[in-house]
Write a protein that binds this ligand. Structure first.
Ligand SMILES: Cc1ncc(COP(=O)(O)O)c(C=O)c1O
Length: 1013
């Protein structure tokens, strides 16, 4: 340990003195700025467009050590490996190590190094897998650069060398009981492997790749590690230690520290290939470095309680140690192997080869059943067989469906599921917060065989019972038996889950089982873990340190490790119907789409998502990952709402036809829908889309006024038909557009935040532009057909209309003989919370209201509601026929949507949750002024990202939406400048969902790119 009690410690060397030294010794005239240091005095000096670091040592500095440092830096700088490292400069006399005298006459050694510009790793946010990988690469390069370097001083005693960590043993008493348990856990293993550890490859290594020694480039979107600095602790030691150190520091503050460590291992391995025997120790070595760190802190805390620098890494180091202790050491080792491109489990290849000659018929599991064939059952997230979540969770219904299926295939066993992504498990017991938000276990690791309860289950191989428990709980195993099978050079385990409790009662651990023995019977719900009777059969090459149960389902991001630990049981059975459906990124789906679907159809997000299932407020991708949907106002009452699905299914089974026959559904739906409107709006025409609704509305205005000219709002969008595009400034003023057609007249977006009139009471000023356009139309010798406007302008960026705008606008239009259309395609059906329709916010009654998206909850259903007078004018003798509009299936669905809104009080929910979310956003705005404006009503909200001069920040909005998607939260951008974030989730959105959204936003808003000026 260092001797710290000497008088020179009280001497400070100030910046002026340092500037003087630099000038005198190196002719560098810049001003010195002190840098934090452990025991040296370090100063940054900028001079003549270059930057330097002046290092002034202690009087008792070891000259030989300093020489070692200088040699090492020269070696790295001159090596063939392409890395940036600090350069060393000689003084005016050609010395790389100079001397000065401090105030008390002590001689101190001085060195000058180049300063490497950039950001410190510790200040970078976020640190994502790419950057961790890149750190691994850089650390690997340093290993390569130092591999042929040595120096006597590299063999010194140093407390920071993991290979010398045994000095920490005697300080255990400095820690609490809980801390002692953690430290001893690692120390015991460290002690135990000394012999093999000492035999590992050695070299001089950097030995301090910590977050304050890593310099990162300034690029905030794709940061790279520029350099690793400060070789002061370099030491000759097992090479793997350097990676262990880098991991220990790089994973600090990460939620899932093992997951964060893996890209670092991959990167390092890519540059400096690691050996299996090194990976074996990595887990413990990471911990031992942190133990050195916390022990040092504990000692120094006693000596210098006020020195904040000494304590700087204590807290995060403890957090990592505590989390690291929770990770199974074998699991970590397997994960490291997988990151290096080895099979995660070292025995995987041996096992797979062995199974080539070890065929076992699956029927040997159930010899009394006498069935030799398999009927594969798809229970994956995209399976259409499983139906709704509620159906899947209805155990009687599920069993009924199995029984029905069994009747169709009486000679086969219904089975499947290896590596199947399943999203339908309800238990959230295994939900966890990972580095990218909530993670859920979904990948099934065994094969399920669906057979009647009490079916006897027999052992496939000789073995010994290692686990026999009643593993209770929702979707757990119930009766569970795990048998170990030993062969000459390896062993494996077989798992039998969902047995009766009686099957495990009295079963002794260590009890040997012979191939063909009956080991238990299939249970039924609830005792079997609460699912339909079936056997979950799984093979494991290790059982890690599980003693009660073993995961039967894995997190998707860990699949590559788990598929190796739990190989496919079909390796034995070799049954083509049990082959796994491999979950690989399907490039074909993108390339086919690019080639054969219209190119003008866009995909959301930089990395598109393949959604295969919807459920309430969630969309679920093919791996079972759930995304919180804050965008989709089409799934108004929730994705695949069971009542709406059922209404559609039932009517579909009964009849679907056009409206030329009498049908109750259309009348009932019309009646229910009209009951939500003021009495003046009393006639409805049903159509199939918002575009069709607006197209019809346009025809109505023309029929009523015999005019064609329409006034519409800037950045408005009203649909994709010819007529609708012609009135949609969002389209014709955007990319590929040709500006407003002759009969369309655009008035300014009434945006009181960034529009032409800002602030309070600007309704009349904006509305005056409507009169202006009427006058222009009239000046051309024509008159007006109508005015179309959304009640909150969505594509324009969720812009709320200013007070009185619509009232004055409607008056002007009506005075000129035109009709007023309220486009409620986005805002309708209770979304704005305080009212059922958005126009009601403005105390006006339109002549025509168009309704779309929400009313069908995803089914193509839309409507045009108008006054009797308008309807009569439209009915001029020409029949209005619509093949699909108003069909009984659509009407059944629409009716049910209205019922659900009412019965589940979703309008009220929109009001309460919307207000809650809006106030949460307002709180965020205080901390993150980049949120320029927050607006909207109910669950139709939005916010704009702007700088302090209200300039739109489109790139930040895009970044935010993409980051939120990475956290599992779907958001979208819009507005003229694409800088507005829209929030219009299903109306069942809860306060908890709002909290999840707000906390995701907070994380992203804190990131470097969002904070950049
Ligand atoms: C305000 C508004 N009106 C009309 C439409 C057109 O509806 P659809 O896409 O159902 O044809 C949309 C669609 O986004 C819309 O947002």
């Amino acid at each position: 340990m260092n001797n710290m009690g000497v008088d020179f410690l009280s001497i400070q060397i100030d910046a002026d003195h340092a500037s003087e030294i630099a000038k005198k010794l190196y002719q560098i005239k810049g001003v010195a700025t002190p840098l934090p240091g452990y025991l040296d005095f370090n100063f940054l000096i900028k001079y003549d467009s270059a930057s330097y670091i002046l290092k002034i040592g202690r009087p008792d500095d070891d000259v030989e050590y300093l020489g070692f440092q200088q040699e090492l830096l020269k070696h790295v700088a001159n090596s063939d490996i392409q890395i940036i490292s600090p350069k060393v400069f000689p003084d005016i006399n050609g010395n790389f190590i100079s001397e000065i005298k401090d105030q008390k006459g002590h001689t101190r050694k001085v060195r000058l190094l180049s300063w490497i510009d950039g950001r410190l790793w510790s200040s970078v946010n976020p640190i994502k897998a790419d950057l961790l990988f890149n750190l691994g690469i850089q650390a690997g390069k340093i290993t390569n650069a130092l591999i042929d370097f040595d120096h006597p001083k590299a063999h010194r005693i140093i407390e920071w060398d993991i290979a010398q960590a045994d000095w920490t043993y005697e300080y255990l008493h400095l820690f609490s009981k809980e801390q002692q348990e953690i430290i001893s856990y690692f120390q015991i293993q460290y002690k135990a492997f000394q012999k093999e550890y000492k035999g590992l490859r050695k070299s001089v290594v950097h030995n301090d790749v910590n977050d304050n020694n890593i310099i990162v480039t300034a690029d905030l979107l794709k940061p790279q590690v520029k350099a690793i600095i400060d070789y002061g602790d370099a030491i000759y030691t097992p090479i793997i230690n350097d990676l262990a150190i880098a991991i220990g520091y790089a994973v600090m503050d990460k939620t899932d520290i093992l997951e964060s460590a893996l890209p670092l291992v991959s990167g390092y391995h890519e540059e400096f290939p690691l050996l299996d025997e090194e990976l074996k120790f990595l887990y413990i070595l990471v911990a031992m470095r942190l133990i050195i760190s916390v022990t040092n802190s504990a000692i120094n805390k006693q000596k210098e309680p006020d020195n904040a620098y000494l304590l700087v890494s204590e807290k995060p180091a403890w957090e990592v140690l505590q989390k690291w202790r929770q990770i199974d050491s074998d699991y970590a080792y397997f994960s490291f192997r997988e990151s290096c491109g080895f099979t995660a489990h070292p025995n995987e290849t041996g096992f797979t080869n062995w199974t080539k000659n070890a065929t076992v018929n699956f029927s040997s599991l159930f010899p009394t059943v006498g069935k030799e064939k398999i009927h594969p059952l798809d229970l994956s997230v995209s399976s259409t067989w499983t139906g709704l979540q509620s159906e899947f969770n209805d155990l009687d219904l599920f069993q009924f469906k199995i029984d029905q299926l069994q009747k169709l295939v009486p000679n086969k066993i219904i089975a499947g599921g290896y590596l199947e992504p399943r999203s339908l498990y309800t238990s959230s017991a295994y939900d966890k917060i990972g580095n990218m938000g909530v993670e859920r276990r979904s990948i099934h690791l065994g094969i399920d065989f669906f057979l009647p309860e009490q079916t006897p289950v027999h052992a496939l191989f000789d073995g010994t019972v290692v686990i026999a428990v009643n593993d209770e709980g929702d979707k757990e195993y119930g009766g569970l038996i795990i048998i170990q099978h030993r062969f000459n050079d390896f062993n494996f385990y077989s798992l039998y889950g969902h047995l009766t409790v009686a099957s495990v009662e009295g079963k002794e651990i260590g009890h040997s089982v012979k191939k063909g023995d009956c080991i238990g019977h299939l249970g039924t719900y609830p005792e079997n873990g609460n699912w339909a009777p079936h056997l979950h059969f799984q093979i494991m090459l290790s059982i890690l340190d599980y003693t009660k149960d073993f995961p039967g389902v894995a997190y998707p991001n860990q699949i590559d490790v788990w598929r190796s630990v739990c190989p496919n049981p079909n390796l034995f059975f070799k049954n083509e119907h049990l082959e796994q459906r491999i979950l690989n990124k399907d490039e074909a789906i993108v390339s086919y789409r690019n080639m054969h679907l219209g190119k003008s159809m866009s995909l959301s997000y930089d990395e598109p998502i393949k959604i295969v299932r919807g459920s309430g407020v969630y969309l679920i991708d093919e791996s079972g990952r759930k995304y919180l949907d804050t965008v989709n106002n089409v799934a108004h009452v929730g994705h695949e709402h069971p009542r709406v699905v059922k209404a559609g299914q039932e009517q579909m089974a009964l009849l679907n036809t056009n409206t030329r026959y009498l049908n109750e559904n259309i009348n009932e739906f019309a009646r229910d829908l009209l009951s939500t409107f003021p009495k003046e709006l009393s006639v409805v025409h049903f159509v199939n889309s918002g575009s069709e609704a607006n197209e019809l509305a346009l025809r109505m205005t023309q029929a009523y006024t015999a005019q064609r000219d329409i006034i519409a709002v800037e950045i408005g969008y009203h649909g994709n038909t010819n007529g609708c595009i012609n009135i949609s400034s969002y389209k014709f003023d955007g990319k590929g557009g040709n500006g407003a057609p002759e009969h369309t007249h655009i008035v300014p977006l009434p945006d009181t935040y960034r529009g032409i009139y800002q602030g309070e009471n600007k309704g009349a000023k904006y509305a005056a532009h409507i009169q202006e356009q009427i006058d222009i139309i009239k000046s051309k010798g024509r008159n007006l057909a109508g005015f179309i406007c959304e009640s909150i302008i969505s594509c324009g960026g969720q812009v709320e209309l200013p007070d009185n705008y619509l009232k004055i606008a409607y008056d002007s239009i009506r005075n000129a003989g035109g009709l007023c259309i309220a486009d409620e395609v986005q805002t309708g059906c209770g979304r704005v919370g305080s009212h059922f329709w958005g126009f009601e916010l403005h105390d006006v009654i339109p002549d025509i209201v168009t309704i779309g998206k929400p009313i069908g909850n995803g089914h193509p259903l839309a409507a045009v509601v108008c006054t009797q007078e308008v309807a009569d004018a439209f009915a001029n003798g020409m029949e209005y026929f619509n093949t699909f509009g108003g069909n009984p299936v659509s009407c059944a669905i629409g009716k049910e949507v209205l019922n659900v809104i009412k019965e589940e009080k979703l309008q009220l929910n929109a009001l309460h949750v919307g207000n809650y979310l809006k106030s949460g956003l307002q709180k965020l705005q205080i901390a993150y002024p980049i949120i320029g404006d927050i607006r909207g009503q109910g669950l139709f909200l939005g916010f704009e990202l702007t700088d302090t001069d209200k300039n739109p920040l489109h790139e930040k909005a895009t970044y935010l939406a993409n980051r939120m998607r990475e956290f599992g939260i779907l958001m979208s951008t819009d507005g003229k400048d694409h800088n507005a974030i829209k929030i219009k989730p299903p109306m069942i959105f809860s306060k908890a969902n709002a909290d999840e959204l707000l906390s995701g936003l907070k994380i992203a808003l804190n990131e470097d790119f969002m904070k950049k000026k």
